[in-house]
Design a protein around this ligand. Structure first.
Ligand code: NDP
Ligand code: GDR
Length: 359
């Protein structure tokens, strides 16, 4: 039975990947951080008491900023595959916490690679690094492929650039099977609530049910190549099953703006938004009510305006075909957030205050 170790198992991709690897018969180990409230919502459905005979999912406390915890876990687990998904993954937050972002996202990858080396696992353990289309930043070529030059535009992207190159360096220097998946944006109903897609689907569902008045967004013109996380984690696994380690772009090859996403989500809810004004004065309204407004608080000091991937290499070598379309992705996210909003509306109707979050 193969053993996999997932850093970031409590995140969006970690949860989908754990599910996939368990289905494939792996013993799955995950690293979770100590938090004051439970942070395992996304994997609770997979959890088994470790005392249960045949349990296949095990969680370990650790942190990407703590070399010793990583070393201990890797020594104990002796994994065949490590998927390094843990990161401070929010681009806007990286401008507010640049040092921590560099520590976890850049040095975190180094710590894992160095642990593989220290423990003499270079020939046993395969390593996947969660690289990102944010590396392209101020794009130098359209569409972006594996050979397109990078121009990172945030502390997050600069940290991920270090992780990208240290992965290649350890592959070349020590013969470790290590690959970068350069993944374009991928979303799902379990996407973090402050990424733009989930923020939109959640807010519009709540607006529809009268739980919220308005959705405040930043740059409506930003364009992204959005896919579904479930499809993308399958490619993370396939990258580690090749004869030789290589880096791959995973994308759909289709691009939409943030405004397009708002329109698609609203349409799924039977709301037809009309737009007026421009730039910071742009407003989206429905039934005479202004329900989408621009708040410059969400603008980034340096923005990535447009990303569009060319997944030709992954199609040829990994058999990549995105299974879930943009429309299906939006519909699934909206329907799940509508269910959550309906639960909240019921709670409110019975005089209780539904749980909310603050950005
Ligand atoms: P999430 O933000 O949903 O999950 C991040 C995970 O990392 C969480 O489990 C989080 O733990 C964990 N984590 C954060 N900091 C630390 C730390 N210091 N030590 C240990 N664990 C930590 O991200 P996604 O699942 O969306 O993305 C997975 C990876 O892929 C990330 O590295 C991201 O940067 C990268 N990526 C994502 C893309 C996307 O569109 N989703 C595209 C390209 C790359 P906790 O739950 O406690 O917060
Ligand atoms: P991104 O995702 O920065 O591409 O990083 P995000 O959803 O945060 O932003 C996408 C685009 O939408 C614009 N935008 C807003 N973004 C947020 N979060 N909130 C808003 O209110 C808002 N309004 C407009 C942004 O400016 C941006 O242009 C994601 C993360 O998952 C990274 O970890 C990953 O590496 C990349 O995708 C690929």
């Amino acid at each position: 039975m193969k053993k996999a170790l997932i850093t970031g198992i409590t995140g969006q991709d970690g949860a989908y990947l754990a599910e996939l690897l368990l289905e494939k018969g792996y013993e799955v180990h995950g690293i979770k951080r100590r938090t004051s409230l439970f942070n395992t919502d996304r994997i609770d459905h997979l959890y088994q008491d470790p005392h249960t005979p045949g349990a296949k999912l095990f969680l370990h406390h650790g942190d990407m900023t703590d070399s010793l915890s990583l070393l201990h876990i890797i020594q104990k687990v002796q994994p065949d595959e490590i998927y390094n998904l843990a990161a401070q993954s929010h681009v806007a937050v990286s401008f507010e916490e640049p040092e921590y972002t560099a520590n976890s996202d850049a040095l975190g990858a180094l710590r894992i690679l160095e642990a593989i080396r220290i423990l003499g696992l270079e020939k046993k353990t395969r390593f996947y690094q969660a690289s990102t289309s944010e590396l392209y930043g101020l794009v130098q070529e359209i569409p972006q492929k594996e050979t397109t030059p990078f121009y990172p535009r945030s502390p997050y992207a600069v940290a991920k650039l270090y992780a990208y190159w240290i992965t290649i360096n350890y592959r070349e220097a020590y013969g470790i099977y290590a690959c970068n998946g350069i993944l374009f944006n991928h979303e799902s109903p379990i996407r973090g609530e402050t990424f733009v897609t989930r923020k939109i689907t959640r807010a519009l569902a709540r607006i529809k049910l009268g739980l919220q008045d308005c959705l405040y967004l930043g740059n409506l013109n930003a364009k992204r190549d959005w896919g579904h996380a479930r499809d993308y984690v399958e490619m993370q696994w396939r990258m580690l099953q090749q004869d030789a380690p290589e880096d791959f772009v995973i994308a759909t090859g289709i691009q939409f703006s943030v405004r397009d996403f708002v329109n698609a989500a609203a349409k799924e809810l039977g709301m037809d938004i009309s737009w007026r004004g421009a730039d910071i004065d742009e407003v989206g309204s429905f039934n005479g009510k202004d329900i989408v407004k621009v708040d410059p608080r969400y603008f980034r000091p340096t923005e990535v305006e447009t990303l569009l991937g060319d997944p030709t290499k992954a199609k040829e070598k990994l058999g990549w075909t995105p299974g879930i379309t943009f429309e299906e992705l939006v519909a699934e996210m909206v329907q799940e957030d509508l269910k959550a909003a309906e639960r909240d509306e019921l709670i409110k109707r019975h005089g209780y205050t539904p749980k909310d979050y603050h950005e």
